[in-house]
Design a protein around this ligand. Sequence first.
Ligand code: CAA
Length: 380
Amino acid sequence: MMFDFTETQLMIQETARKFAEEELAPSAAERDEKEEFPYNAVKKLGELGFMGMIVPEQYGGAGLDMISYVLAIEEISKVDASCGVIMSVNNSLVCYGINEWGTEDQKQKFLIPLATGKKLGAFALSEPEAGSDASNQKTTAVRHGDYYLLNGTKNFTTNGAHADIILVMATTDKLKGSHGISTFIVEKGTPGLSIAKKEKKLGIRSSDTVSLAFQDCSVPAENRIGEEGFGFKFAMKTLDGGRIGIASQAVGIAKASLEASLKYSKQRKAFGQYLADFQAIQFKLADMATKIDAAQMLTLKAAALKEEGKPFAHLAAMAKLYASMIAVECASEAIQIHGGYGYIKEYNVERYLRDAKITEIYEGTSEVQRIVISRSLLKD
Ligand code: CAA
């Protein structure tokens, strides 16, 4: 497997880097502080084709490959991990899910506006009692002729407050367990759908995370994705790809932590020499760089396998597991290198640590990734 990037991939990386530096960097810390959603940035990401990167052009996407997608998410997350997750959820969960399993009508009606960035998507799987145990869905969808009535609560829904289109997993047949779950496309403004609570978070504070309440929310039967009972597999398969997006986000945060540490250690003097002249600091930098490269390689390998249509779920889990772990480590080391200055908001490294932590939790905790990896090792 080769990782010589193509001209297009390098161009996408450069475009994302420039966008992040020019459009996101000046306001990322302030938006984090004020918990302000990056409306303008998301609109511009849409114009750049970054909200539907791997969607075919015929459905409004950029028609790019998974490697380009990884490189773009990394660059965006390096500067603003909140923007990284907004982009990742829209691309790898919502657009991917509709593109892969939606009907032609669903693609025309929902995928095109999502992929062009005119509308924003969310993915509502988690519930108060269904986090890692995702098949324990309590939200119900009961069919009445040509529509379903949805009732229940979803929580921790990224993009939930701003999303125009939400993919909702709900039980259509309780007796069938994970085989009785179905997926529905629910539009903002549908009567019976409301935002129950906006969460206040440790990190990724300028992305929004909400609980959604469904009370006799009427959804047309034509908005169901796939057959009844396909919802759990839909969610799992979609999350397999989503984990590549989150791994890329984690690599981006880790890279930002290293870059900040390199810069600071060449500026700051202690005991008459630059921090960079101390072997204790040099070794920290060396470890960070080595782990980041390993995490990026795993992420690119998962992306390449997905691109080639080969089994990639275990690799995506490995990439997310490892990249999220080293993102937390690198951000923590960056604070250590910055000393007291790292702990205050004058530098960005405290934000990197707060943002890194969620990559070990959402789209499957590190423990869930270990389940996926070990099951793949032990099968047969
Ligand atoms: N692809 C296809 N099918 C899959 C699959 C996959 N990746 N994973 C499981 N399945 C199938 C199984 O083969 C099985 O099918 P059969 O019964 O036909 O054999 C069925 O689904 C049930 O699978 P399991 O028995 O493995 O299910 P489980 O209850 O043991 O759960 C789990 C497995 C891996 C723990 C799963 O529940 C899981 O991934 N949990 C974490 C959920 C998660 O990632 N949530 C994130 C929320 S979304 C989010 O964070 C987005 C955001 O806003 C940022």
